[in-house]
Design a protein around this ligand. Structure first.
Ligand code: RIB
Ligand code: CA
Length: 314
């Protein structure tokens, strides 16, 4: 039985890897891509999501989402990481297909009611669409099977500030709403994504063995690899977004712990995900009544990479 998923995304090079992985996964049924600002503007994210659907040759609707954070001043798009076009400046031809009329939040609400308790929302970018969908119809919290999100960090340092990860700091208020809602959240954060690296050989294998998406993925990832080489002297890149898809395919590849998450929404620690254990009462308790999330704390990296390679080269 395949798992129904909605992918909320800000494509984005590692988003592309994750989305192609999901399209290729026999156990996943991608019902829609919903787009958000983050790596690029929401208009460009929507155009890029349409490109991914066209390159993969799949019939998956794309629904445009939020353009701005709920409260905070928007951060500049990290074009030094994903390129001005979000795809490593390869200037790929514009897609021919169009996004659907319905916006992302409405798409999420409608699909969740169409498939009660069956849908997993996989969030690969800032969380404004999920927060907006909750505001539109709070009842969806009880009808979503799981939210698997790439974002945050428990004990690992941040990648935008010493404590904040990009998807969370881009919209900390939305993230705090998502972690406090009464649905099952699994946080695939930097604690695990910093333990998984892909290199050129991995991508060459996908390029040479996936005639549909391999060459596109290889092309767009060169810019990303150059950023990693320059910034971190790493030959390859971390597997951020695709790790959420692997979690949806095979959660046993990860080690998790329960934790109640709050997000710092201002000040020097803005965007920090602060994880409290379930059984601890604090003098100043901002974690009271926060439901337990599933925090990924470790990963079997060789198994993850093997599953990715097997799925992307089928
Ligand atoms: O911190 C990594 C996350 O931020 C990934 O989702 C990447 O695509 C960017 O959105
Ligand atoms: Ca992303």
């Amino acid at each position: 039985m395949s798992r129904k998923i909605i992918i909320d995304t800000d494509p984005g090079i590692d988003d592309a890897m994750a989305i192609f992985l999901a399209f290729n996964a026999p156990t996943l049924d991608v019902l829609a891509l919903t787009t958000t600002f983050g790596n690029v503007s929401v208009d460009l994210a929507t155009k890029n999501a349409l490109t991914l659907v066209e390159v993969a040759g799949v019939d998956v609707p794309v629904s445009r989402g939020v353009a701005l954070p709920l409260v905070r001043k928007p951060l500049a798009a990290p074009d030094f990481v994903h390129g001005k076009d979000g795809f490593g400046n390869i200037n790929y031809p514009a897609p021919k297909c169009q996004a659907i009329e319905r916006n992302a939040a409405q798409t999420i609400v409608d699909l969740v009611h169409q498939y009660p308790n069956e849908i997993t929302i996989v969030a690969l970018g800032p969380l404004g669409n999920l927060a907006t969908a909750l505001a539109l119809d709070p009842s969806i919290a009880g009808l979503v099977h799981e939210v698997i999100l790439m974002g945050g960090a428990d004990t690992e340092s941040g990648n935008v500030t010493p404590v904040a990860e990009a998807n969370i700091i881009n919209d900390p208020h939305a993230a705090d709403i998502v972690f406090q809602a009464n649905w099952q959240v699994t946080m695939v954060g930097l604690d695990v994504t910093h333990k998984v690296l892909i290199d050129d050989a991995f991508l060459e294998n996908v390029r040479d063995n996936n005639t549909q998406c391999g060459d596109f993925l290889y092309q767009v990832t060169q810019f990303y690899f150059n950023f990693y080489r320059k910034e971190f002297s790493i030959d390859g890149c971390y597997v951020h977004d695709a790790s959420t898809i692997v979690y949806a395919m095979a959660p046993d590849i990860f080690t998790t712990k329960p934790g109640r998450v709050r997000v710092a929404v201002d000040g020097v620690a803005i965007g920090q995900t602060i994880v409290a254990p379930l059984d601890k009462q604090y003098v100043v308790d901002h974690w009271d009544n926060v439901p337990a999330s599933n925090i990924c704390v470790d990963v079997d990296s060789p198994r993850l990479l093997q599953l990715m390679a097997d799925t992307l080269t089928k």
